[in-house]
Design a protein around this ligand. Structure first.
Ligand SMILES: Cc1cc2nc3c(=O)[nH]c(=O)nc-3n(C[C@H](O)[C@H](O)[C@H](O)COP(=O)(O)O)c2cc1C
Length: 481
């Protein structure tokens, strides 16, 4: 059995677009502090490996319909600093967008979070591009977008050089002799690249973990290369376990080709379980959530500006091969209607049946709304009991498809707690997830060693020299001066 890495992707008002509308769900971001704290307690009781905080640096009213959790949320670095003080064992990963962030400030904030948490911090480096983000930061969108992965590669190199400014034993702290620091063990970052330039040393001690584990989330070829050369943990979105296996294989091959020990790159995928006491109960929850999603046809005229273009009867008509635009979204999907659907449309009907228990020939057939919602929401959803969800996750691990999962919760706190208290014990019973924390740092939880200092042991086999890795991996030219 493969030991899975299990982290929770925290979205306080729920990861499902209508999660916040579900009875009892948290829905007011002004109360997020209490929800974060409670989620951390629950996650730590379940021995989860980490809490993960995504981020997006722009907002607008249109996000209410697509990704309501993006409207307003606690800044990820602030969230992990807060939770460092109220947790003891769980890892804490904050997302940082390398296109807009300042590497010196991020090196300092992450080193500080690592110190404050006793070695439990992680950073998810992303390059997500959006016109509004560029405008919020006074940057040229096209230029920033063009070079975002070149800058990300430099960003990672700079982080490691800054984190290693002080050697582990640089502080002598000898009160008798009056020697606080061994100056030979303090190093300047000395980096000059096309996008970033850093001269001196960091004003924070070397992280407890040596280097704070670096995660990367993305999907393009450049993203894969970045994960393979520069990340400890890759978060990739996939459609199923076969694709996950192929992506993991590709990432590990790229990592090996870059001169790295490919086993040190862990691959996790996002998954959204909907859990009930019985399978029927879980399907009922999935059905309720689906029914609470608004679609374009709910408005008499045009939907609000920015409403997701793929959430309408007109849009699903293309997929199912039958024009249903203009019908009532709550009309039943009957067997005779389905017989006129394309193969993709018939597959969609099966997905809805599996998730909600509604079959066209059954007592409660699905509606057109169910089809629109299922077609417009791309998350990997597993509906079932805690044991069924656990068995599915374990099967992915045993198939070599993943090293673990970033678990999304449709609602807070109910679905998050259902995963923690019903699925995790089953994972532990199956022997794919430990019942107790086995180490103290996030690196321990991820099964990763502690890297050497790039200024001292650039040829440490656990950490190949950044410059050599970069030459092999990218055409980007920069130098360590
Ligand atoms: C599962 C997953 C989660 C992601 N989370 C974030 C995030 O929180 N913030 C962000 O800026 N980008 C995030 N990204 C990355 C952007 O979505 C990504 O940069 C964008 O899709 C463009 O793709 P590329 O970077 O691979 O070219 C995530 C990607 C994936 C696959």
């Amino acid at each position: 059995m493969t030991r899975l890495i299990i982290g929770a992707m925290i979205r306080t008002i729920g990861a499902y677009p209508s999660g916040w509308r579900h009875p009892g769900a948290h829905r007011d971001p002004r109360q997020d502090a209490a929800v974060l704290r409670r989620a951390a307690e629950v996650a730590e009781s379940a021995r989860l490996d980490y809490l993960f905080f995504g981020d997006w640096l722009a907002t607008g009213p249109d996000l209410e319909w697509r990704d309501p959790h993006l409207l307003a949320r606690v800044d990820p670095l602030s969230a992990i600093a807060y939770l460092a003080g109220v947790t003891e064992r769980i890892g804490l990963i904050a997302t940082v967008n390398t296109s807009y962030a300042d590497p010196y400030a991020i090196a300092r904030a992450t080193a500080s979070a690592d110190l404050l948490s006793g070695g439990r911090a992680g950073v998810n480096l992303v390059t997500g591009a959006d016109l509004r983000v560029a405008e919020n930061h006074g940057r040229d969108f096209a230029a920033t977008n063009e070079s975002r992965y070149d800058r990300a590669h430099e960003f990672e190199t700079v982080l490691r050089r800054l984190w290693d400014s002080f050697e582990d034993d640089a502080f002598v702290a000898d009160a008798d002799s009056g020697v606080l620091l061994d100056p030979a063990k303090l190093h300047d970052a000395r980096f000059s690249g096309a996008h970033l330039s850093v001269d001196g040393s960091l004003n924070a001690v070397r992280p407890v973990q040596g280097h704070v584990p670096i995660m990367h989330s993305g999907s393009s070829a450049r993203s894969r290369l970045f994960a393979a050369t520069s990340a400890d943990l890759a978060l990739v979105a996939v459609s199923g376990w076969q694709q996950a296996a192929a992506v993991r294989e590709e990432l590990r091959s790229l990592a090996f080709e870059s001169g790295r020990d490919d086993r040190t790159l862990k691959v996790v995928v996002p998954i959204l379980p909907i859990i009930g006491e019985t399978r029927e109960h879980a399907q009922q929850i999935a059905d309720e959530l689906s029914g609470l999603v608004r679609i374009a046809d709910d408005w008499d005229g045009e939907p609000p500006a920015g409403f997701p273009g793929n959430r309408s009867l007109a849009s699903v008509s293309h997929l199912i091969g039958l024009n249903v635009a203009g019908l009532d979204p709550d009309d039943p999907v009957t067997p005779s209607l389905v017989s006129a659907f394309s193969p993709a449309g018939q597959e969609l009907v099966e997905i809805v049946a599996e998730r909600t228990g509604r079959a066209p020939s059954g007592e409660h057939p699905p509606t057109l709304r169910h089809l629109v919602v299922a077609a417009s929401f791309s998350a990997s959803i597993i509906v079932g009991t805690g044991a069924e969800v656990a068995a599915e996750l374990a099967a992915w691990g045993d198939a070599g498809a993943v090293d673990g999962f970033n678990v999304l919760s449709a609602t807070q706190p109910a679905q998050f707690e259902a995963f923690a208290t019903q699925a995790v014990p089953e994972l532990q019973r199956l022997g794919v997830f430990p019942a107790e924390y086995e180490g103290t740092t996030l690196r321990d939880h991820l099964g990763l060693g502690r890297p050497g200092n790039v200024h001292v042991s650039p040829h440490d086999p656990r950490f190949p020299p950044v410059f050599a890795r970069r030459c092999a991996a990218t055409s980007g030219a920069f130098e360590v001066v």
